[in-house]
Structures are given as C-alpha cells and as structure tokens.
Ligand binder design. Structure first.
Ligand code: 5AD
Ligand code: SF4
Length: 472
C-alpha cells in the first residue's frame, strides 16, 4: 500500500489546501501515515506569510533527507507558498526534492508523484491558473464527521498591502462561480456539515466570474477607498435561500474597504449569518495604515464597525494586528491600543512585522528593534485580553445557543462548541458533535466559557447518507 505524510506548515488557507492534497492522494489510492519512516511520499505544505518560512522548510527537509537515502523510491514534494515563491530554485537548493507545486497545481500531484516514482526528473509547477482557475471541491471523508467546514470562494489577492507576500505567492484574484459554491455547500450540509465558513484572501471582494472574464474585467478596485461591489452580499443571500438547512454561515477574511452597505444590510437580514466578523485592521494609526497601503483610515474602519454594530446589536469583532512595521513609533502603537478599545475586539491575532520576499515594504528599513516589537506585541495582547475577559464575564448567567463541534482537546468528558458570536463554550455530555444547544453560562475563563445544557434545539448530527453506505 502507498502511504503518504502531509506536513502543514502554515495558515488557515494552508490547512484547507492540505485537506485538498490529502483528498487527491486518497482518490489515487494513497493512505495516510503519521510515521515518516513508513511514508512513500512526504509532502511539505508551506506558508510564507510570516517569519522565516524558507529556513523552516529547509530544516524540515533536512529531517527527511535520510529517508530517501534509506529507502529507494521515496518521493519528497513541496507545496504551498514557499513552493510557489521558490519554484525551480528549490530544486537546485534541495536536490533530493522531486516535486514542487504551487497552490494552483494540487490536482496534478498524484500524476507528478507517479512520474517521480517511475524515475522522472524533478519538476516544478508554479504557473498561476489565471485563465482557467481551478477550485477543488471538498470530498468529505466518510470516517470524519465535520460539523464546521471551509468552502473556498476566491483565491489570490489584488490589494498589494506593502508588507504582504500573498499577492506574489497566490497570484491575482480569481473567483469561483456561485453555482459551484452553493453546490458544494449543499452537498456538505447533506453530509452532516452544520456550519460553513466561506474562505478567500479578501473574501468580500468576491464577484461572479463572467464568461470569458479575466480579473482585469473586474470593477476597478485600486483607487476606490470604499469599494462598491455588492455581489458578495448577494452570494450570502443566495446561500441562505438555497441551503435552508445550513445552521450557520461565516466568512473569512474580509477586507474593511469591501465592507459595503449591502454587506451590512445582509448581516441585518440573514439569521444564518454569524453575529461575529473577523475584520483585520493591522494598525490603528493612519500614518502606518497609509504606509501599509491598506486603503482605509482609522476613521473609516471605525465608521464601518459602528454601522455593522447598529445593524446587528451585540455583534463581536476580532482582528489581525501587526506591530513594529517600519517607522512605527510609540505614538502609533498608542493609536492601535486605543482602536482595540474603541472597536472592542474580543480576540486578535497579533504579529511582529517581518520583511517578506518581493514585498514593497522590504525597501523600508526594518527599524523597530526586536525587544520593542516584543513589548508592543505584549501590549496589544494585554489590551485585547482585557476586552475579551470583560466580554466573557458579562455573559455569565445568560443563555447562549451553542453549536457543538467536538470533544474538548484538554478534557475528554467535555464537549466544545461556539456561539453565533464565536465565544468558545465547554459543556458536559455524551456524543454531542453537531448538536445545537441552549447553554446556561456558569463560568468565564480567560478565553472561553463553561456552561450547562438547558435545552437541545437540534440533536447531534445524524450519520450522513454516504456514511451509512460505508457502514452497510
Ligand atoms: N509580517 C507580520 N505579519 C504579517 N501578516 C501578513 N504579512 C505579515 C508580515 N510581513 C499578518 C497580517 C495578516 C495575517 C494573515 O498575517 O496581520 O492579516
Ligand atoms: Fe495580504 Fe493585504 Fe491581500 Fe490581505 S488584503 S492577502 S494582507 S495583500
């Protein structure tokens, strides 16, 4: 039996891609293994959004070099953003690598691996599929009950934030047709999925791809501060209408300048939409935002947030923040901290700026010392921690609707789920995956809530038809 091992080294998009890699391999007769020594194929799925991704890859590759020497026929593949960025160069740097594939070439992996097993020369495939973009449908595994799943709606990014490598590793924006998106969601819900998160680099810039259209035909986005497209809002409405059994709909990550009035109206209208938005802000200082080329101001961001909150009372927000961007001063950081409080973020991913290959900000000196970056990161986490703790404490004694996702990672007698506002809730019980419960909140931890079940609004997800077929 052919066995593969996929090592995921990155972001949410990367995790999603790893699942597609596993699926195309499974369809070609491959089976997974956790044991490198047993693997006939090792795939490194890389991410280069932050930090020294190339170094990490090279040291990870070092650990499998011996496998190839010990056993003939073992294939080493590198996928993802570092593969895209380095291409052929990677084959020169690591001569035992057989296959290098960018994110648009996942479907070709089994054929390229078969050729490598047959003795073909190493190969790199990194051309973007600009004219015929491929989006792989998820094929849920019969063994794995998925309560919450991701569905890709667009790939690539046209924004060009100056610190960000994504436009260069994922290419220009390409959109998936609404029919395919809705079809995939419908199939997932029939298979037991209860919550779907629409996925894209700037997910809310989605437009319906028109016949023969290339991204150049898309509405002009570069100059406008607040985009005016309302097609993403129409997509949300269509999903709500055509997949009525879907319990919850989320999307990530939106760009603030595509948070249109139409999208805010959709939030007010659609019950299925989560009452939580992850809206990356990156900085609260206009000076820094301008140098990051984020194309919005602090004021515009806060105005959009206020409108969203008016439309959906009680909505929660989380964000991404970068500290230590070139030229960032203590005063800039203070602006970020005051924005954290004003926007009332209940969670944040915060990162120290790191210069990335090919990005415009590389031309600026990385002049904030490492210890200052660390102190600023701590200050951001402290500020967000304070808003998060106050928010969670305010929920003790209330009843919340919780969609249970699976057993708790730390305590197998507990189950873990999330509310519509994305608070994490633990409850005691048995076999609750997929259940929707009313939970009385009894205690608040730093990052989550504990509660007891008051009512079961929807029982645990039934076995999907395809699972029954497998069991029979
Ligand atoms: N340095 C630090 N953080 C970065 N991000 C993207 N590029 C960089 C970089 N060069 C962060 C942003 C983005 C998240 C996915 O990663 O906050 O929203
Ligand atoms: Fe990167 Fe900016 Fe595009 Fe997000 S919007 S992927 S941060 S360039």
């Amino acid at each position: 039996m052919k066995r593969y091992l996929v090592q995921t080294m990155g972001c949410q998009m990367n995790v999603h891609d790893s699942r597609r890699i596993e699926e195309v391999l499974a369809a070609d007769g491959w089976r997974p293994t956790d044991e490198p020594a047993l693997a006939d194929l090792v795939v490194f799925n890389t991410c280069s959004v932050r930090e020294k991704a190339e170094h990490k890859l090279m040291s990870a590759l070092g650990t499998v070099r011996g496998l190839k020497e010990a056993r003939r026929g073992v294939v080493i593949a590198v996928a993802g953003c570092v593969a895209q960025q380095e291409g052929e160069r990677l084959l020169q740097k690591a001569r035992f690598v057989d296959v290098v594939i960018g994110p648009d070439h996942v479907a070709e992996l089994p054929a390229l691996v078969a050729r490598a097993r047959g003795g073909a020369a190493p190969v790199a495939r990194t051309v973007f599929d600009v004219h015929a973009p491929a989006f792989l449908d998820a094929t849920p595994s019969p063994e794995r009950l998925e309560v919450s799943a991701f569905v890709t709606v667009m790939k690539g990014c046209d924004e060009r934030c100056t610190y960000c490598v994504v436009p260069y590793t994922r290419g220009p924006e390409r959109y998936r047709p609404a029919d395919a998106i809705v079809g995939e969601i419908r199939a997932m819900v029939e298979g037991g999925v209860r919550e779907v998160t629409l996925l894209g680099q700037t997910v809310n810039s989605w437009i319906e791809p028109r016949p023969g259209a290339t991204p150049a035909d898309a509405p002009p986005r570069w100059s406008a501060r607040l985009a005016r497209t309302s097609e993403f809002a129409a997509l949300l409405r269509r999903v709500a209408r055509e997949v009525p059994d879907l319990a919850r709909l989320r999307y990530t990550s939106p760009h603030p300048r595509h948070l249109t009035d139409a999208l805010i109206e959709a939030h007010a209208e659609l019950d299925v939409l989560a009452r939580h938005v992850h809206l990356p802000v990156q900085s609260g200082s206009n000076r820094v935002l301008r140098r990051m080329l984020r194309r919005y101001t602090r004021e515009l961001y806060l105005e959009r947030v206020a409108r969203l909150r008016e439309a959906v009372p009680g909505l929660t927000l989380s964000t991404d923040i970068i500290v230590g961007f070139p030229g960032e001063t203590d005063a800039d950081l203070d602006e970020t901290l005051s924005l954290v409080r004003e926007a009332g973020f209940v969670a944040a991913f915060a990162f120290k700026y790191s210069p990335r290959p090919n990005t415009p900000s590389r031309a600026l000196a990385d002049d904030v010392p490492e210890d200052v970056k660390s102190a600023r990161l701590d200050a951001v986490f402290d500020a967000v921690g304070a808003t998060q703790r106050a928010h969670l404490a305010s929920l003790v004694g209330t009843t919340q609707e919780v969609l249970v996702e699976g057993p708790s990672r730390t305590d197998p007698s507990r189950w873990t789920g999330r509310t519509r506002r994305n608070e994490i809730v633990h409850v005691e019980g048995a076999d609750l995956a997929g259940a929707i419960l009313d939970v009385v909140i009894e205690r608040a931890n730093d990052h989550s809530l504990m509660g007891r079940i008051a009512r079961t609004a929807r029982p645990a997800a039934p076995p999907a038809p395809h699972r029954l077929r497998v069991l029979a």
